[in-house]
Design a binder for this molecule. Structure first.
Ligand SMILES: [Ca+2]
Length: 135
């Protein structure tokens, strides 16, 4: 089993019942007033606000909720299609911004190229349908 994510546990000093916060992680044990024989308690935090759900229907299509969420993500990065103002698209720049936002990486050429393979008409722009098909 993988170790629990830091956000899912809390640490408490047994003697003082002082809770050690995430923001304390740069402090030394001395600064936290730890004694040599200190006992720490680790608790699992309660349920997370985010719950897991299946993304696909039985027909292997994105379910409505997932489609709604991915559409919102698409809208956040999409630009007006210069060739068709009635629709929004992800061009190379917008796709780069999206992959950077999703991965937290600065160099994302491979990810962008991977996503661009779903450009169904090879015009260098992803439509919402292309984007949803990727997922
Ligand atoms: Ca296209």
């Amino acid at each position: 089993m993988p170790p629990p994510h830091p956000w899912t546990i809390k640490l408490t000093s047994f003697a003082s019942q002082v809770r050690i916060e995430d923001s304390d992680n740069g402090r030394t044990l001395g600064e936290l007033n730890f004694k040599a024989n200190e006992t720490l308690s680790i608790f699992k935090k309660g349920t997370q606000a985010v719950s897991a759900m299946p993304l696909l229907t039985k027909e292997n299509k994105l379910n409505d909720r997932a489609q709604f969420l991915f559409t919102q993500i698409f809208e956040r990065y999409a630009i007006e299609d210069p060739d068709d103002p009635t629709q929004k698209v992800l061009d190379y720049g917008a796709t780069t911004a999206y992959v950077q936002g999703a991965t937290g990486e600065k160099i994302v050429d491979k990810g962008v190229q991977h996503l661009m393979q779903f450009d169904s008409n090879s015009d260098g722009k992803l439509t919402l349908q292309d984007f949803l098909y990727f997922y």
